[in-house]
Design a protein around this ligand. Structure first.
Ligand code: FE2
Length: 331
């Protein structure tokens, strides 16, 4: 099946035209690439011709189910289910159409109460957001779809605005240092600006919340769990790490192992690991899964998009989180 990315509508094209960092689709006669550059054309055809290769590099979608105890969770939210999706990197190369389709179908089959999207919708060029938002529009849940942006969504101010507008038009509520109350006033949902955007400002929102209120926080980069220790954060949902993509069972992500000084020579021999990958995140010990950080729970989703050299023991992930009341300690 061809990975057809629809061309932007006139309104969308105008938004892109205002964004000087965003090239417009080059030729209306082809529906394939949204990227006018030779590299962009190449991306689309790589996906078209190399579907089996893409499947081999990423592996099948995995559904992870996690139950998280929340102190003071309102009774009516006992058993509330949240589906988290992260790091789409929808750019014609890093997320295949078959995987996106599987993600959308599985999310709908789970009939979640709320859907949380934790950033990196695109990789660099914001133009594909219109096609992705068009697909995300189909997602339905009881309390709605909420999102924060990742570092790849905030490479330019205009690109960021374009992404927010496209998602908002698709019915996704994008939170940028904002609080929403989809569950009601007793369980706020906070969405933070990306850690690297220069606008990460948890104090703006968390200072206003009563410490007696439990809350859910969306924050793309899991390193933010450290500065967030200043406030009550019952559950933080993050992405960004892609789980490290290549994981050595029992040892952890290869990217963190080869950063150790004693593996310097090995790093030089591995083409995708020569760069300072430790800059991606400091806390590789939180690369994926559920972690307790102080009194907070942190869940890190492995993401959906895939960079080269691919994934090993770290498949693309859809997370279903079930919230349960944590009974108060006696005595
Ligand atoms: Fe990412």
């Amino acid at each position: 099946m061809l990975p057809i990315l629809p061309l932007p509508t006139d309104d969308e094209a105008e938004l892109l035209r205002q964004d000087k960092s965003t090239p417009l689709p080059a030729h209306p006669s082809t529906h394939l690439p949204l990227h006018p550059s030779p590299q962009g054309h190449c991306y689309a055809w790589v996906v078209t011709l190399k579907q089996p290769m893409h499947r081999l590099l990423t592996g099948p979608l995995t559904v992870k189910r996690v139950t998280v105890p929340i102190r003071d969770l309102p009774e009516w939210l006992q058993g509330c289910r949240i589906v988290q999706l992260s790091d789409f990197h929808f750019d014609g190369l890093r997320l295949s159409p078959w995987l996106l389709q599987a993600v959308l179908e599985k999310t709908q089959a789970l009939a979640p109460d709320l859907i949380a999207l934790t950033g990196d919708f695109v990789t660099k060029d914001p133009a594909p957001i219109f096609a992705l938002a068009g697909q995300l529009k189909a997602l339905k849940s009881r309390y709605g779809t909420f999102a924060v942006l990742g570092n790849h969504d905030t490479l330019s101010l205009r690109g960021r605005r374009t992404i927010i507008q496209a998602l908002t038009a698709a019915g996704v509520s994008v939170l940028w240092n904002e609080t929403a109350y989809p569950f009601g006033p007793e369980f706020p949902l906070v969405g933070l600006a990306d850690f690297w955007s220069g606008e990460f400002a948890p104090q703006k929102v968390l200072d206003d919340l009563s410490p007696n209120l439990p809350r859910l926080v969306l924050s793309h980069n899991p390193d933010t769990a450290v500065p967030l220790q200043r406030w009550r954060v019952d559950l933080q949902l993050s992405g960004h790490t892609h789980g490290g993509q290549v994981v050595l069972p029992g040892l952890g992500p290869l990217v963190s192992i080869v950063q150790q000084p004693r593996f310097r020579q090995l790093r030089q021999a591995l083409p995708f690991y020569r760069k300072k990958c430790d800059r991606i995140v400091h806390h590789w010990e939180w690369a994926s899964g559920l972690h307790q950080v102080g009194e907070s729970w942190l869940y890190v989703n492995q993401g959906l998009g895939t960079y080269l050299p691919g994934r090993l023991f770290c498949p693309p992930e859809l997370t279903e989180l079930t919230l349960t009341r944590q009974e108060p300690l006696q005595g």
